[in-house]
Design a protein around this ligand. Structure first.
Ligand SMILES: [Zn+2]
Length: 391
């Protein structure tokens, strides 16, 4: 057992060291764009934090991290429990503030193999969770009215031309910095054009298939949002033909720098759940005896998004406190929810209908926390039953 603990401690120390080395390389790379650098540093910080016990992890902020990188590494590393090593006193930068040549060697020697690192904390997931937290941080600082408005905008205006977006986001435009240029996203471009999903407005993915392209929304393809694109051979956009049942005609937009879309994590954890919530609201808002409050949790916006009450005279009042989730991986969602310290008892997690087959897997993971899991259609049908509506 003790041997195993020593090995686990060593692995955590290696993980922290890896994060520090990669951050030092990013800090000293002169050609790295500032936005990319700050993202890499956030990734590194998250990996470093994951190597520490939770109380210590919470104390390491970006400022301390960057300062710590410029001194002996000891304060940034979890304690060594095996034989002493040289890393506590090691410095990654020289007196001129340049990363030592040894850092790259150190990186390759002590780099925790990616597979091992991913057991703890996969890089894409770290990135995604950080952006999700950053989004919630932004939302939390808004006044209640702005907060509700921002939720709607996330659902309805997640991509488009700068002109249109700045008009729609209006007074929130300058404060919301989660947009990226579609021109930087080659995966959604065909012949210099991109196609917004008719459901979420976010760019659809274009994948070459022989002389043509399959164009589909990653989230809404299961609902039938997929197309086939044939290049025109000329300067204009080619022909886009719907191949799914929800593939209504969409207009091509130029993949230019003045077309923006929210970052992938913001689309995944901001836009998609809002669309589920709006879908749910539209389905039940006109039912008899239903009272519905959208995004009530101003204090803690991530706690629940929708409070539905059904008060049929003479019957027990029913409540649903709903949190919609549109994660690609229900397994990762389960892990994230299990790690969340304050999960509200009595919460109902709602998944998109196409994840119905995975619903039970997630339900089993959160059942002992008093949390239920369902899909949009199932919840609508439960609410209809509670109202006495028979379909
Ligand atoms: Zn979509």
């Amino acid at each position: 057992m003790a041997v195993k603990n020593v090995a686990a401690d060593q692995e955590r120390r290696d993980q922290a060291l890896t994060a520090c080395c990669m951050a030092a390389v990013a800090e000293s790379d002169p050609v790295l764009a500032p936005a990319r650098r700050s993202r890499l540093l956030m990734d590194c910080l998250a990996v470093l934090r994951a190597a520490h016990q939770p109380e210590r992890a919470a104390q390491i902020r970006m400022k301390e991290f960057r300062k710590g990188l410029r001194g002996p590494l000891g304060p940034l590393l979890p304690p060594a429990s095996g034989r002493p090593d040289r890393f506590d006193s090691m410095e990654l930068f020289d007196a001129q503030g340049l990363a030592r040549d040894a850092v790259k060697d150190l990186c390759s020697e002590h780099l925790v193999p990616l597979a091992a690192l991913e057991q703890h904390w996969s890089w894409p997931r770290v990135r995604a969770e950080q952006d999700e937290q950053r989004l919630f941080g932004f939302m939390r600082r808004l006044a209640p009215e702005d907060y509700r408005h921002a939720r709607t905008l996330l659902g309805r205006h997640a991509a488009g031309s700068v002109r249109e977006l700045s008009r729609q986001w209006d007074r929130l435009w300058m404060r919301f910095d989660f947009f990226e240029s579609v021109a930087d996203w080659p995966w959604c471009q065909v012949d210099g054009w991109w196609y917004p999903c008719p459901v979420c407005r976010w760019p659809m993915r274009a994948v070459r298939s022989g002389p043509q392209f399959d164009v589909r929304c990653e989230a809404h393809a299961p609902r039938g949002v997929h197309y086939r694109y044939t290049p025109s051979g000329g300067p204009g956009p080619g022909e886009l033909i719907g191949t799914g049942k929800a593939a209504v005609p969409v207009t091509p937009l130029p993949a230019s720098a003045d077309h923006l879309a929210v970052s992938r994590p913001v689309w995944r954890y901001g836009t998609l759940p809002v669309l589920l919530e709006l879908q749910l609201r539209d389905a039940v808002v006109d039912l008899p005896y239903v009272e519905l409050v959208m995004w009530p949790g101003e204090q803690r916006p991530d706690e629940y998004d929708l409070h539905i009450t059904v008060a049929v005279p003479g019957k027990r009042v029913r409540h649903w406190r709903v949190d919609a989730k549109a994660w690609e991986s229900v397994v990762a969602l389960g892990a994230a929810l299990t790690n969340r310290p304050a999960l509200r008892k009595g919460l109902t997690i709602v998944l998109p209908d196409h994840q119905q087959s995975e619903q039970h897997f997630l339900a089993a993971q959160v059942r002992d926390r008093g949390v239920k899991v369902t899909t949009v259609s199932r919840l609508v049908s439960d609410i209809e039953k509670a109202c006495g509506v028979v379909r």
